[in-house]
Ligand binder design. Structure first.
Ligand code: 5CA
Length: 442
């Protein structure tokens, strides 16, 4: 993509309404624009990141044997009346009437709808287990939408649902999602710690929130600092091996880690030596629940059992805040100059800077480099504009692409270009061929 053509409305100054760094940087780097309170448009730069996050979430859900569906954003109120949540959900739910005066709503989550789909299709224990997920926009009329996409009213969520014959099998499904979450967040360069959590309006008695430690987080958390040295699972997992999966969950739930609703100061002090106690704030990027028959009972999700009877299925639901993650990753990865994107979610891998646009030799070298990167499938933002060098550097640092490839007439005379790693700030002078070789491998 050529910078001169790219729709990238960056801001020089800090927008006043943004209280936290990720919100400031998302606005300044032209990723999103607010449409109304807690509702955002995603501009090209932001959408590229959102899609990368979504792709990782999808790949990991698929890998663990979940099947993707797509349910609508607008739901009929009927199922919610049946489950008893139509009244429970209160003013957070956006209620709508259609032209026939029927009660509809913009889904804040999908337990009811998915349970109804399941109940209409599955009759026998032989068809279990089932694991379905979708990635869809949700709406919650939050009391205090704030921090940009971190607490929006409209937000993108991955929600998965599991259906099992009994508790034991449902617990395995829960554990597989638990481990899948560790992998998913690790791939985004995040250290997300699973913490015992309250179940809120979703309900149930077993639940973990996945939390990134950050002072700007909205959750108050208490945990053992040992987590900060944990290998959070970049490695491959055999999900068919229930014992191996169970062992990982065991390993991660052994240490004290709880959100404030579940916190017990005496237990914390008993189990964690003072020097290892972390008490601070965190960002909830995922939340998983086991809630047994809470929805299958009222919505009639029953299957025939091997013994000739009938049983309500045991369910769990598993959420990831896909749009919130865009902000959370920035909270975890930035410096004074701007965003530092981890490779896996970066909107482009390389920023190619032409230090003297209009200079025939420099233009030709940049065009050649741009062509080679494109041919190798390396996503590149080519700054071909006539801005000053200083402004180009500042903007590249702000938007945080992992690599900067810098070409100027002075270096080119000696056959040299500059390669800068955004994360470390390390710069190296080398030949264009060596630089391209570096960027097109790995
Ligand atoms: N049905 C369950 C699991 S599928 C559920 O809705 N869980 S949740 O309420 O915890 O939401 C799942 C995830 O969505 C949260 O962990 C959080 O990362 C994200 N999320 C929740 N509310 C918002 C919001 N207002 N703005 C942005 N992300 C949100």
């Amino acid at each position: 993509m050529r910078r001169s053509r790219f729709f990238l409305p960056t801001l020089r100054d800090n927008p006043k309404e943004a209280e936290i760094v990720s919100h400031r940087l998302m606005l300044r780097s032209g990723m999103v624009r607010q449409a109304s309170a807690g509702i955002y448009s995603w501009l090209p730069m932001g959408l590229r990141v959102l899609k990368n996050i979504e792709r990782i979430v999808r790949e990991e859900q698929d890998r663990a044997g979940n099947q993707e569906v797509l349910m609508p954003t607008i739901q009929s109120a009927d199922l919610w009346v049946q489950s008893g949540r139509y009244d429970d959900y209160g003013p957070e739910m956006l209620r709508i009437k259609d032209r026939h005066e029927r009660d509809m709503l913009y889904g804040p989550t999908n337990e009811e709808l998915i349970t109804d789909i399941f109940a209409g299709a599955v009759r026998s224990y032989r068809e279990l287990p089932q694991k379905l997920y979708h990635i869809q926009w949700k709406f919650r009329d939050e009391v205090r939408p704030r921090f940009g996409v971190m607490r929006g009213r409209e937000f993108l969520m991955k929600d998965a649902y599991s259906f099992d014959l009994d508790y034991e099998s449902a617990r395995r499904a829960y554990q597989v999602q638990f481990v899948t979450y560790l992998r998913t967040f690790a791939r985004m360069g995040l250290r997300a710690i699973p913490m015992e959590a309250d179940t809120g309006p979703i309900g149930g008695d077993l639940s973990h929130e996945f939390i990134i430690l950050a002072e700007t987080g909205e959750s108050e958390v208490f945990c053992d600092r040992t987590f900060l040295d944990y290998d959070l699972l970049g490695r491959e997992i055999d999900f068919a091996d229930a014992e191996a999966v169970g062992a990982i969950v065991e390993d991660f739930t052994r240490l004290y880690a709880r959100t404030d609703e579940k916190h017990d100061q005496a237990a914390f002090e008993d189990s964690v030596p003072e020097a290892r106690r972390y008490q601070g704030r965190g960002i909830e990027v995922g939340h998983i629940f086991y809630f047994g028959t809470k929805y299958s009972k009222p919505l009639g999700a029953r299957v025939a059992t091997a013994e000739g009877g009938e049983a309500e299925v045991h369910m769990g639901s598993y959420g990831i805040g896909v749009s919130r993650l865009a902000g959370a990753i920035i909270e975890a990865s930035h410096d004074e100059a701007g965003i530092v994107w981890p490779e896996a979610v970066a909107p482009f891998r390389v920023g190619l800077i032409n230090l003297k646009a209009g200079d025939a030799e420099c233009d030709a070298a940049c065009e050649a480099a741009y062509g080679k990167l494109a041919a190798a499938g390396v996503e590149t933002l080519y700054d071909d504009t006539e801005e000053r060098a200083g402004a180009k550097f500042a903007e590249m640092d702000l938007i945080g692409l992992p690599w900067q490839l810098i070409l100027g007439p002075r270096g080119l005379k000696n056959g040299l270009v500059e390669l800068k790693r955004r994360a470390s700030g390390e710069r190296e002078e080398l030949s264009l061929e060596s630089a391209l070789a570096r960027l097109t491998t790995g």
